[in-house]
Design a protein around this ligand. Structure first.
Ligand code: ZN
Length: 460
């Protein structure tokens, strides 16, 4: 895998005007950011900030699909493949086989009213129970189609949809569409593959999963790996994401969720396998990590949630508070059975309390974003060239991006884009097409189009 460090070194040579940029290195960031800061020192009068100068929040939901409660159906399959683990001997028969659409609706509506955004998995052949594009034994065709319609209408506007591989349990033989015959750790997706695989082989597996969702009219810009899927082939997997997603969907910036970054490690997205910079064939994969553990009910939905680990009632302690104060993406993680909590909805109530607490203290300093939006912003932040010429700022971006925000020194008054940008009196009021005047600098927020954007100030 191309490391962040080697990308920065390569990028500095490619983007000639790059020395005009100084990305703000957040507190607690790694050495990589310092390298960039040093590279950019000298002409540092433009600094790219967070979108609207707010910390991105996102909610990653793993192990969701249509109707099937993955905790109930996965547990006996894991138990057979890995009989020694106590976790798989739990009383799965007593857990409901379904997470009902009524619950999806109440969850989705509650989130939509508060602007909560994130990622929602749809496992295409969940635990080998049935195919979401065809037949789900135990439910009628109509119930399956209604379930997909609910996801398309209620979830898609605010959530990225990812396949979480094909089954999240058994590895599928792509030639026959059937699970591999042997049952062991090596034929479970969570621990697949157990030897090196080529990028093409991995991409075929991902494409197979993506095509099932494509047949359901579900848009995807990325994938989620089940557990340790791809651990032996991390670099190949990242490149396979780019191939597979773009093979099935018209996507500019493929991304994936696999990693959790804890402690002092940066939670910023990582640009991987960047190539074709400066050409019409720019390619990359964005690795978007989560920044928390799953402290809701877990993948089996049988634990009590510990909401204070994310943030306490006053939002003064907890991992989300720590990340917001560090000004790094605060991406929280859960498993869908742990939000339903086998019908008690303990996880959902914990989540509501967390969202409400964060809103009360940090509502005007944060914004909820999909993982694809975070990936796009970081790709644009890293790859947009900014060139200051007198009272003009020329931005060259390989992608369109919303709410591109930067701080610029030595300008006065409103900049002109198509028309004059609008002044806001509080920095928390920043939105696309506005600017805020600080003591020494101006903070500007605009929607960038792909290609060149020129901003001009009347006075410098
Ligand atoms: Zn999972």
């Amino acid at each position: 895998m191309q490391t962040r460090r080697s990308f920065l070194a390569a990028g500095a040579g490619v983007a000639a005007s790059r020395n005009a940029i100084r990305l703000i290195a957040d507190d607690g960031s790694g050495q990589e950011s310092r390298t960039l800061r040093e590279a950019g020192a000298g002409a540092a009068d433009v600094e790219v900030l967070l979108p609207c100068d707010r910390v991105p929040l996102s909610f990653v939901i793993d192990d969701s699909t249509c109707l099937v409660n993955m905790g109930h159906f996965c547990t006996p399959q894991f138990a057979e493949a890995l009989p020694a683990r106590a976790e798989y001997k739990k009383p799965w028969r007593s857990w409901p086989r379904e997470i009902p659409d009524d619950f999806v609706r109440r969850f989705g509506e509650w989130c939509a009213e508060r602007g909560v955004r994130g990622k929602y998995s749809v496992v295409p052949y969940p635990a080998c129970v049935g195919w979401v594009d065809r037949e789900m034994p135990g439910w009628s065709r109509r119930q399956l189609q209604d379930s997909l319609k609910l996801i398309r209408e209620l979830m898609v506007p605010n959530w990225d949809i990812h396949p979480e591989m094909i089954t999240h349990t058994r590895v599928i033989d792509l030639k026959t569409g059937r699970p591999k015959e042997e049952i062991n750790a090596g034929t479970m997706e969570n621990s697949y593959p157990q030897e090196k695989k080529s990028v093409d082989e991995l991409a075929s597996y991902l494409s197979y999963a993506l095509r099932i969702l494509e047949r359901c009219d579900l848009p995807c810009e990325g994938i989620t790996t089940p557990g340790g899927f791809g651990n032996l082939v991390k670099s190949e997997l990242s490149l396979a994401v780019d191939q597979a997603v773009r093979d099935v969907y018209p996507v500019e910036i493929p991304h994936y969720f696999k990693y959790v970054h804890m402690g002092d490690r940066s939670t910023e997205p990582i640009i991987e396998h960047l190539r074709g910079v400066g050409t019409d064939n720019l390619r990359l994969t964005v690795n978007v990590p989560a920044g928390t553990g799953d402290w809701f009910g877990g993948w089996q939905g049988d634990r009590m949630s510990e909401p204070d680990l994310y943030c306490d009632q006053d939002a003064t302690t907890g991992r989300m508070v720590e990340l917001i104060e560090r000004r790094q993406p605060a991406v929280m993680l859960c498993h869908w059975p742990g939000i339903y909590s086998n019908g008690s909805e303990d996880g959902f109530r914990a989540f509501q309390r967390i969202v409400t607490s964060l809103e009360t203290r940090f509502g005007n300093k944060t914004r909820w974003m999909k993982l694809s939006e975070i990936a796009r912003y970081w790709a644009a932040r890293e790859l947009t060239r900014l060139n200051r010429v007198g009272n003009r700022l020329i931005l060259e971006s390989p992608f369109a991006v919303e709410n591109f925000t930067f701080r610029i020194a030595k300008v006065k008054g409103a900049a002109r884009l198509d028309r004059k940008l609008e002044k806001v009196s509080e920095i928390s009021g920043l939105a696309a097409g506005t600017w805020w005047q600080g003591e020494q600098t101006q903070t500007v927020c605009i929607n960038l189009q792909r290609g060149q954007t020129v901003l001009q100030w009347d006075q410098g």
